[in-house]
Design a binder for this molecule. Sequence first.
Ligand SMILES: [Zn+2]
Length: 435
Amino acid sequence: MKYWNPYLETLPRESLIKIELSYFRNILSYAKTHSRLYQNKLKEIHPEDIKTLDDLKKIPLTEKEEMRHYQEMEPFPYGGLLGTDVEKVTTFRQTSGTTGKPIYVPETYESWQWRIEAWCHILYMAGFRPRHRVFLPFVYNVYVAFWEGHYAAEKLGCELIPGGGLDTKGRIHKILEVKANAMMNTPTYGLHIAEEANSMGIDPSSLGIERMLCAGEPMPEATRRKLEELFKCHVFDHIGGTEPCGWAGMCEVKEGMHIIEPFFLVEVLDRVNLQREVKEGEMGVAVITPLGRRSFPLIRFNTKDLVIKGESVCPCGRTSQKIKEVIGRIDDLRKVRGVLFSPKTVEEVIRKDFPQIEEFEIIVERRGLMDAITLRAEPRPELTVSSIEKTKNELQDRLKIATSLTFNVIMEPPGSLPRYMLKAKRFKDLREEKP
Ligand SMILES: [Zn+2]
């Protein structure tokens, strides 16, 4: 079968939108009576007034900062964000807290099952089937993504191998030992496994991985293709977060990602005024309402994820709205010398055309009155002095074309830049005021 839920995945768009608006009114009315955040925040909003997508604009967005404030209340540790009795909570997860105090996310058994079902769509679209023996090379800890992937793969009938307690070499041996043929990982860790396998004299393509679902970081198309090439497998992307859940995934066409409708109502809003829904092909901020989750109701949650809105037709036959591309966190989008810059562009250039660069780091700093942008690049150890010089000049030219910025490129000795296991931190903005 092609679809996980053939009925929902091929519904005409008008029907999908009708269902979503009806679910939206339900969750809004629930949130207003069960969550203190929304009791206060949405006093003046009446669910019956939300009749069209345009009416959503009457409702203010939910920002992470106010969620932190409400979280401080009783009952510990979820406070005014909780949408159910605290005794009904069966599982705790939290955000990574890289940009402030973490948000604690309560799930009841019912709401957790809802998350798993949404994730089943993501995995099924990526071709995960009962014949797959799925290796998960992580300790899941208090973070949500790989737990969701684990339980959704189980629901699909796959066989799970939690490989968290091992180091990378141990994981590679385990994959070979049990003949795992699918994997879920961050793009960074996929590249790391390939590098490690090579250093052990094992060609990554001989590991036998057929399918890989990536999570946790924006993945440039060039990185996705590189992983496909290294492992000789199909690599799929998805987008999600701890608060809203995984909300879009890539189908076998591998062009953009389908929003999991009608589980989520997703708006892509103009990043400056956060009002206007952007057009197809335009960049905006993803604003998400999970429509069936009551333990932790979220109404128009501002994810601060920048995406490009895609089409709503796809050769795979699914009718859901697509996201063409994930650009990254809005906090990572910076003005450098007045030019809007996204670190993802640099990764795209390097992964696509500079296989001789093993690792890199981008640094923005203020020198006098001017911004300076530096790329520290680490070439592969076998490169000769003259080819290092040539690579440096080519990098400078290509980055100028791709970003309109002049990079100061520094070639570093092999092994000198940090390696990342889970999520990469290759972008450093050292300016005091970040425009
Ligand atoms: Zn599709």
